[in-house]
Design a protein around this ligand. Structure first.
Ligand SMILES: Cc1cc2nc3c(=O)[nH]c(=O)nc-3n(C[C@H](O)[C@H](O)[C@H](O)COP(=O)(O)OP(=O)(O)OC[C@H]3O[C@@H](n4cnc5c(N)ncnc54)[C@H](O)[C@@H]3O)c2cc1C
Length: 375
């Protein structure tokens, strides 16, 4: 087995790993990204809504709230600078019954406390003036003007290009198997065609679904006793026909998981979802990403609450993703786990666990935070 030294190793080339690699490279670090797949962003980073979230929903003061708001501002600026398509189309969070209408001011208050700009309550008539296809049942809505969509794959390529331009290297087909804390840093053992031992000064574990397992495989690192992963699959459907909306439409209903939302994607398709299907407790990655056509029944019912003109037979299954959660079903949503030396005491190691939504929106801010703490 070959052994060599590295300055900073990032495990995983999804949105988060790539953003960490970029931020480390911008700080002058020599970065090596190890990716088990044969291409960048083939897991959760290519199985999401590509929504740039404003930051409405997350507990004030949480990492999710802070990094989403900061990351969103940075992401729009980054897209403009690097020629990545981004569409600040705005979003309406719609309430269609008394209970939802009553919950709307609290969500707006939280959004404002989180520092979300250009966000206000509109009545049903104003919501339908903005989006005429909305149901007459819509009583009130939150109009968030800074929400949008972007071409995440162009963004990933821009991140990759940026850190490679600064001397960084990305190696595919190289799964990290285990590691060990040493007096000089962290040793990483890789598999694949050329198994190696890499002695790194800094290791950032951004392995998505595998991050907790990798963290636990590092001898001398934190054990995370009591932490366990829960997996929530989100399926999408597409609706045939011309796009009936210009903005993102999110139901107030079930706002904790942001409900079954509607987006006109950058290709002009009307995309609905994701829903939330809690997988069996013993489920382990890799997951079955096939979308069950039978789930359409629930999509028709939920989406027609705000879009009654959705025609029978219009929906076809599209793709799915799986959310990595550390909060069990029914428990309040948990924050991102960004665990650096200050938390676990191991110099040079940062574990990123349960980076679910809004991880894509937050990625630039998260990368910069990690580069700051990964000394
Ligand atoms: C259904 C759904 C919808 C979402 N919608 C949005 C949205 O609209 N907006 C938003 O901001 N966020 C959204 N998110 C969240 C966002 O997609 C994730 O937070 C983000 O993609 C996580 O990126 P990551 O790099 O942590 O993980 P991943 O993209 O999963 O990347 C992890 C990488 O690590 C690699 N890897 C794993 N194990 C190893 C190993 N042993 N060795 C080497 N490499 C390894 C994997 O191959 C993979 O490339 C959504 C998530 C889901 C599931």
């Amino acid at each position: 087995m070959d052994t060599f030294e590295a300055d900073a190793v990032v495990i995983g080339a999804g949105a988060v790993g790539l953003a960490c690699a970029r931020a480390l490279a911008l700080k002058g670090r020599e970065v090596l990204v190890l990716e088990s797949a044969s291409a960048i962003a083939t897991e959760t980073s290519s199985r999401n809504s590509e929504v740039i979230h404003a930051g409405l929903y997350y507990a004030t003061g949480s990492l999710k709230a802070q990094l989403c708001v900061e990351g969103r501002r940075k992401l729009y600026a980054y897209c403009a600078l690097h020629g990545v398509e981004a569409h600040r189309c705005g979003k309406l969070v719609v309430a269609v019954d008394d209970e939802e209408a009553a919950a709307t001011p609290a969500l707006l208050k939280r959004a404002l406390a989180n520092g979300v700009e250009d966000c206000r309550l509109v009545d049903g008539a104003e919501a339908r003036r903005l989006e005429p296809a909305l149901s007459p049942e819509v009583r009130v809505a939150i109009h968030s003007e800074t929400s949008g969509l972007f071409d995440s794959h162009a963004y990933f390529l821009a991140l990759q290009g940026e850190f490679e331009d600064r001397g960084g290297a990305l190696v595919f087909d190289t799964p990290v198997l285990q590691g060990a804390v040493t007096p000089k840093g962290i040793d990483i053992v890789t598999g694949g065609a050329s198994p190696s031992r890499i002695q790194a000064r800094t290791v950032v574990n951004a392995a998505g679904h595998h991050a907790l397992g990798i963290a636990r495989s590092i001898d001398g690192g934190p054990r995370y006793d009591g932490l366990r992963m829960h997996w929530v699959k989100g399926s999408y459907f597409v609706a045939s026909g011309r796009a009936a909306f210009a903005r993102l439409i999110y139901p107030m209903h079930n706002s904790a998981t942001q409900g079954l939302h509607l987006a006109i994607d950058l290709g002009g398709r009307t995309r609905l979802g994701p829903d939330a299907e809690w997988l069996q407790d013993d489920a382990v990655p890799p997951f079955d990403y096939v979308v069950d056509p039978a789930r359409a029944v629930h999509f028709y019912r939920e989406v027609r609450r705000y879009w009654p003109a959705l025609k029978d037979g219009a929906l076809s299954p599209d793709y799915s993703g799986v959310r990595p959660k550390i909060a069990a079903r029914g428990a309040p949503s948990a924050d991102f786990v960004v665990d650096g030396p200050e938390q676990h005491g191991v110099q040079g190691l940062v574990n990123l666990i349960a980076i679910e939504s809004p991880g894509l929106t937050s990625s630039l801010a998260l990368g910069e935070l990690v580069a700051d703490i990964a000394t």
